[in-house]
Design a protein around this ligand. Structure first.
Ligand code: KG4
Ligand code: ZN
Length: 347
């Protein structure tokens, strides 16, 4: 039950990150530092993350991120109790870069190594920021993930459903691309949608006619493409109002699907009779005010607390990995040099 200080490393997608988190039992965990080096510019010309470029950039940046994280936390490597690293799921080159770096640090310092599942990192964030009590319901919505989880323990998650194709963030990004808006698509589509009429285009709400919590977003993109092409053919280009209406219609469809599936996930979760029912969100899409507002409404109807951690801890970061490392380490979990990078690693 002693205080623990853990250095966390994250490199599973296009952010290189290092952080130091400290926790004394009975107190709020402290994020002593959280350094995130993004790679958006490196991939800008390619319309998506290029795995080889990402892996190389992680290899180049990990060392300096670790150094910055330790300096900002006013610590030396010898002061930490363990080194936690994302061991998957993610792009294999990036995950390997992180795991190798962590192994090197662990050998060099003699500090224990803890492999962390990236999704568990996201899913345990409400305990880092709000000391959420198990069990709580979690909605992960980002550019890469979309799923409902019931977090029952630091290593015990039940998946209720998720996307069967694109993640919503990916759909926002593709929509922006189709409409000539800047990347990342989420913020630019949200800004356009503010001036648009969400009713003008009847976009599909896929899978709402089916039971369960699975979702689908790729058909939405196809429907949007069809409308765009029709408008362009009719008017010789996309008019300002058309673009705003397309964004508003698209965003409303994503919002409705997430809200309805959240209602169903909540019903399954509430059947467990949690004492302090909580729905927490994580992932970049949780920044969307229209979506967030609708989820808040859903929770209010069910007397469920709605938790949205600060955005910097909702998107990819290493503080969540350090924190998940603390939870795993306290539970007696530790890895050795046989720790493998796992590109696929379901919770
Ligand atoms: O969690 P995140 O930073 O990275 C991963 O995908 O793991 O999420 C990034 C995604 C991008 O697809 C971005 O377009 C989306 O989150 N996003 C948003 C908004 N801000 C970011 N989507 C909708 N509305 C937003 N305001
Ligand atoms: Zn993530």
């Amino acid at each position: 039950d002693r205080p623990l200080t853990v250095l966390g490393l994250e490199s599973s997608c296009d952010d290189t990150a290092a952080a130091v988190v400290q926790h004394t039992p009975g107190q709020m965990p402290q994020v002593l530092s959280s350094v995130v080096a993004g790679q958006t510019e490196l991939h800008a010309d390619f319309g998506g993350v290029v795995p080889e470029i990402a892996a190389r950039a992680h290899t180049e940046k990990l060392d300096s991120c670790v150094e910055q994280a330790l300096t900002q936390a006013k610590m030396a490597l010898s002061d930490v109790d363990a080194i936690a690293v994302t061991a998957g799921p993610g792009l294999i080159g990036g995950v390997l870069a992180g795991v190798m770096c962590a192994k090197g640090l662990s050998i060099g310092s003699g500090k224990p190594l803890v492999g962390v599942n990236h999704l568990a990192g996201h899913a345990l964030t409400p305990r880092l920021t709000d000391q959420a009590a198990f069990p709580y319901l979690m909605l992960l919505v980002s550019g890469g993930h979309c799923q409902f989880l019931i977090a029952k323990g630091s290593d015990e998650f039940t998946r209720l459903g998720g996307t069967i194709d694109d993640a919503p963030g990916e759909a926002f990004d593709k929509t922006a691309k189709l409409l000539g808006l800047p990347q990342p698509g989420g913020p630019s589509v949200e800004a356009e949608a503010k001036n648009g009429d969400p009713q003008r285009f009847k976009f599909p709400r896929p899978l709402l006619d089916r039971p369960g919590c699975d979702m689908s977003f790729s058909g939405l993109k196809t429907a949007l493409l069809r409308e765009r092409d029709r408008l362009v053919a009719e008017h010789g280009g996309l008019r300002v109002q058309d673009r705003a209406d397309l964004c508003a219609g698209f965003q409303a469809a994503v919002r409705d699907v997430l809200a309805e599936k959240s209602r169903r996930a909540l019903a399954e979760y509430l059947a467990l009779n949690p004492t302090h029912p909580t729905l927490a969100v994580a992932g970049g899409v949780a920044a969307n005010m229209a979506i967030r507002g609708e989820l808040e409404t859903v929770c209010a109807k069910d007397d469920t607390a709605f938790l949205a951690p600060p955005l910097a801890l909702c998107t990819d970061n290493a503080a969540m990995i350090a924190w998940a490392g603390i939870e795993r380490f306290r539970a007696g979990h530790q890895d050795d040099m046989s720790l493998q990078a796992r590109p696929r690693w379901p919770l």
